[in-house]
Design a binder for this molecule. Structure first.
Ligand code: GLY
Ligand code: MN
Ligand code: MN
Length: 423
């Protein structure tokens, strides 16, 4: 199946589930990283999911009543393309992206009213795109003032976010293939980090080696800023400075995943800089590893999405009691969720086009969502004991450990996509 037919099928399903009306989607604006330099462009994941279009300044109009797809894109421009890169233009939008109609984005104000006026429902997610919001607000105001026109424009505005994100939650075969690739590349980068690490190396040297491996294997780069956190830096969850020199007795926490055609992997490994754990390190590492194994075993279709978290918490609680980081009755500590003092974050999040992928965790009734084949989630228990933590045995202070894998829910259970990174 061709790439463009994958997007066409998603649009068909989206239009079907919309039922009626017109949906408007704006892609992400370009972001400045300084005066006249920009970050590498990344399209809006929802926009990309339905269009496959990766250029900035694009707007999609999806009409469920007429079953049409219209794209507004940047015009072809010989000078701009020489300076900034190739553009599809409206012709390319129709030829390569399956648009039924395509226009330059400059035509949007003129054409949008007629594209929307007939619809009873406008599907638009306010609050995600400032320019889009102002275009849509202006449009609605214009329709309201235009009350004598028998086709007065939509009377209902509906947020399509839940519908789209429910679709994104269950991955198709072509998405799983990309996520497998992102997972395999991340695993290779983690193996390399483990091979290279030694006391005396700076955190940023390891970060550079990991990011190089991502690019060398065909990923577009890290899916989020690569975390290399040595010693007590590992107790900072999203540590990003990376300036410290790795010490001999340190654990090194590496949280690194890459982007492959928009899809993320998200992998954490924690290992001793010298290759040998100290006793307290080994204890806490063993607890996190056991918690992770139990959590992964809890991933299967029909299970609650938070079943892995519950399984991990039980094991972490036992370990914290055994090693004297928590004291008191197990039942009371469990009820008070005392583990959270050291475990800090949830064990899982969805993974996909976004690292913290979209899609609700409760279902429509408010109950925890059930896992279904095709969903991908991380399983990443951790324990973090701050260096200044009071009331805990001294030898555990300053330790941070997280082990994170990406897990695909299958028909029969689960498959760990990131198995290739040793733990
Ligand atoms: N790398 C961010 C996370 O693990 O959620
Ligand atoms: Mn994660
Ligand atoms: Mn992570």
């Amino acid at each position: 199946m061709s790439r463009s037919s994958v997007f066409a099928r998603r649009r068909a399903r989206f239009l079907h589930e919309m039922g009626e009306g017109v949906a408007l989607l704006f892609t992400t604006p370009k972001a400045a990283s300084g005066y006249d330099v920009r970050y590498r462009y990344r399209p809006d994941p929802d926009f990309f999911y339905l269009t496959g279009f990766t250029e900035p300044e694009a707007v999609a109009v999806l009409d469920a009543d007429r079953v049409t797809f219209t794209l507004f894109v940047r015009p072809r421009d010989r000078t701009k393309e020489t300076w900034e890169g190739r553009r599809s233009g409206p012709e390319g939008a129709m030829r390569d992206y399956g648009a039924d109609h395509a226009y330059t984005v400059a035509e949007l104000p003129k054409r949008l009213p007629d594209l929307v006026r007939r619809a009873r429902v406008l599907h638009y997610a306010f609050g995600g795109h400032a320019d889009g919001d102002s275009v849509v607000a202006g449009l609605l105001g214009r329709f309201r003032r235009d009350a004598r026109n028998p086709k007065r424009g939509p009377v209902t505005v509906k947020d399509p976010t839940d519908l789209l994100h429910a679709m994104r939650l269950v991955k198709g075969p072509e998405e799983i293939a990309l996520m497998e690739r992102a997972a395999a590349i991340a695993a290779a980068a983690h193996r390399e980090a483990r091979r290279l690490v030694k006391p005396g190396l700076f955190e940023y040297e390891l970060e550079a080696a990991i990011d190089r491996r991502f690019r060398a294997m065909g990923a577009s780069g890290p899916a989020y800023t690569t975390i290399v956190a040595s010693g007590e830096n590992a107790t900072i969850l999203h540590y990003a400075e990376g300036r410290r020199r790795i010490g001999a007795g340190d654990l090194v926490l590496v949280d690194a995943g890459c982007d492959v055609e928009g899809y993320a992997s998200d992998v954490t490994r924690t290992f001793p800089a010298t290759g040998r754990f100290t006793r307290p390190q080994k204890r806490l590492y063993g607890a996190v590893l056991a918690a992770q194994r139990a959590a992964i075993a809890a991933v299967k279709p029909g299970a609650r999405w938070d079943a892995p978290h519950e399984a991990a918490q039980e094991i972490l609680l036992d370990a914290l009691l055994e090693y004297g980081l928590l004291h008191g009755s197990r039942a009371t500590l469990k009820k008070k969720n005392a583990v959270q003092r050291f475990a800090l974050h949830h064990t899982s999040h969805w993974l996909g086009l976004d690292v913290h992928d979209r899609g609700r965790y409760p279902d429509e009734a408010g109950a925890p969502r059930k896992l279904e084949p095709g969903m991908v989630l991380t399983v990443e228990p951790g324990l973090y004991v701050r260096a200044d933590e009071k009331g805990v045995p001294k030898e555990y202070r300053g330790l941070g450990i997280r082990i994170e894998d990406d897990v695909l829910v299958t028909e029969s259970g689960a498959r760990v996509l990131t198995e290739g990174a040793p733990k």
